[in-house]
Structure formats: C-alpha cells, structure tokens
Design a binder for this molecule. Structure first.
Ligand code: SF4
Length: 330
C-alpha cells in the first residue's frame, strides 16, 4: 500500500469532521462498546440505537446482564432477531463476572461466547486502544477498492490479502479512531452501490477510483439463492385471551420464545377470515405470512390461553409481534 501515512492522516481528518454522533461513540466503557458491536451485527444503525439505549438502561453493567432473567432478556432483545446473540451475551457476561474484570486482551476476548475475531478486535481497539485491525464488510469493500483487489472476496486467499492490508493500513498510534474511520467511510461514502469518490478522503491514491473500477469492486462470485416460502399464522382469541405456544428449551432456534400457532398445530381449528399479510426475511429466506382468524373447541398441548396483561411480559418472536401489530381485538 503506497503513501500509507498520507492516506491514514486524510482518513483521520475526514473522520473527525464527518463522523456520525452515535451513542456508543460517546463512551470508552468496554461493556457498552461490546453491546453495541454485538447489536450492530446483522442490524442497521438506526434500528440499533433505541435498542442499545433501552438495553443499557435495563442492564447498565456486566453484573446486571449476567443476572438478568432469560425471558426478560429475550423480551429486551425481541425485534433485533438472531436471539443466539442475546444468549451468548449473557453467557459471556457470566464468564466476565467470574474473571473479575472485563478482559482487555484480544486473545481472551476471542474466547468468550459470541465474540469472533471482528468483535474482539473492535472492543480491544475501541475500548482499550490496542492495535488490532477490524475487518468487516465495510472494511473489505474500502480496502478492495483502494487497492483495486480483483480477487473474489468470498475466497480465502483474497480474504487473507485484505486481512494483511488492513493490518498494514492500521494506524498503530490511533487504532480506535482508525478502525472506526474505515468502517464509517464504508458505511457512508464508499457504499456498496454508489461510492461517493468525489467526497472521499482516500480518492487520492485509491486505485479503483483511478482505474474507473469503483462500482465494479469488490468482486463476489458466490451468489446466494433466495428462497421464498409462504406460511400462515392463526389468531385464535376467546374472551380477550389469545392462543400461543412457547418454544421448548431444546428448540434449535428461538428457544423460550412465544409464538402464534400455525394451522398444522391446530388441525381441528375452524379457519376464518384473512386479517393481513406481512413479509419477514431470515438470511436467504423470504417468508410471506398470512395471518388468519381461527376458532377451536379444544386446546391441544403445548398451546395455552394468554391474557393481554401477560402477553406484554412475554418474549414474543418477531413474526408473532408483526402478526399481532395492528390487531384491535387485544
Ligand atoms: S475513492 Fe471511491 S472507491 Fe476509493 S475508497 Fe473512496 S469512495 Fe471508495
């Protein structure tokens, strides 16, 4: 990488002026930074902000998180999806409490549940100023363009080259600012479809910009197959109570969450009018849910009647919350 000090300085100067004022940028508390990094995995910044603020108000310390009752924790996380993140957070919080202090070393952070290389590097650099380069999708895109890397970024050889480039580009004197600046550039200027090279602090020296390849890079050859699935959810209400079921502890996904039943769980239900449709995406699946009214004579296990008061205290899956949104009977 040529002119590294110049590029780093330009990036740092840009970041000081252009950075967004985000709540996790106002703290050096490793706990708060860790929570924000976990929430930001797979979830957009605008969605995360209110969750982050509520979560820290509920659980302001590692101890508070370690002691949180699981149903309450899952309810606080409901809407962010990928609930294994919440469970891993609590498992890691319990380990940190047992350690007696928040780990500062990348190698120890890396051993905690739910903390991979990216999160360990982010916490070590942002909270503790340790020189570890973060490599996420934004960083890969910025570096692939800056270097005009034409390898497929889903291939391990390309990933390794970009990992080395990130380490080389890192400002060892200011790793926190540098890491956040590269990610911010990828999120706001060097965006996937519309790179704003005219506003970019790295334009002078960016090889993709020089070669007119900014929009062509990075190259990712493996295409994800999108699957579309149609499903139904039943809303069965009697005397103001609604029929729900709780996923068992051994469920592979969403264990402990409450959900509306699907028709196969109530084979004797009388199906009524359609209430509404909504879409829900999980990784490479796009689900279309039809929400319909139903009525039953008998309630088979594990379904049970839930009162409106109790409903507000239960961890509900995102699909159930979407299905219930706007229903006036509850
Ligand atoms: S000059 Fe353009 S392509 Fe290069 S890093 Fe900046 S925004 Fe991305």
């Amino acid at each position: 990488m040529t002119e590294l000090p110049v590029a780093r300085a330009a990036l740092a100067a840009w970041y000081e002026i252009a950075k967004r004022d985000l709540p996790w940028r106002r703290t050096r508390d490793p706990y708060a930074i860790w929570i924000s990094e976990i929430m930001l995995q797979q979830t957009r910044v605008a969605t995360v902000i209110p969750y982050y603020e509520r979560f820290l108000a509920l659980y302001p310390t590692v101890d508070a998180l370690a002691q949180a009752p699981e149903p309450e924790l899952l309810a606080a996380w409901a809407g962010l999806g990928y609930y294994s993140r919440a469970r891993n957070l609590q498992a890691a919080a319990k380990t940190i409490v047992a350690l007696g202090a928040f780990p500062r070393d990348h190698s120890i952070l890396r051993t905690l549940p739910g903390i991979g290389d990216y999160t360990a590097a982010a916490v070590a650099s942002i909270a503790f100023g340790h020189p570890h380069a973060v490599v996420d999708g934004n960083v890969v895109r910025v570096l692939a363009r800056f270097l005009a890397e034409t390898g497929d970024i889903s291939q391990s050889a390309t990933k390794s080259r970009l990992r080395l480039a990130a380490d080389e580009f890192l400002d060892p004197a200011q790793p926190s600012r540098h890491n956040q600046a590269v990610m911010e550039l990828g999120a706001t200027v060097c965006t996937p479809r519309d790179p704003q090279c005219a506003k970019c602090p790295l334009a002078n020296g960016c090889q993709a910009h020089e070669k007119g390849l900014a929009r062509e890079l990075p190259i990712k050859l493996s295409k994800t197959v999108i699957r579309r699935v149609e499903r139904s959810l039943l809303v069965v209400i009697r005397n103001g109570n609604i029929l729900l079921w709780q996923r068992p502890p051994e469920a592979a996904i969403l264990s402990g969450f409450w959900e509306l039943p699907e028709p196969h769980q109530l084979p004797n239900a009388k199906i009524g009018r359609a209430l509404h449709l909504f879409k829900h995406s999980i990784t490479n699946h796009i689900y279309t849910f039809q929400v319909v009214e139903g009525s039953v004579r008998r309630v088979p296990s594990p379904l049970e009647w839930v009162s409106p008061d109790r409903l507000s205290t239960l961890p509900l899956s995102t699909t159930t919350r979407k299905a219930l949104a706007g229903l006036t009977q509850l």
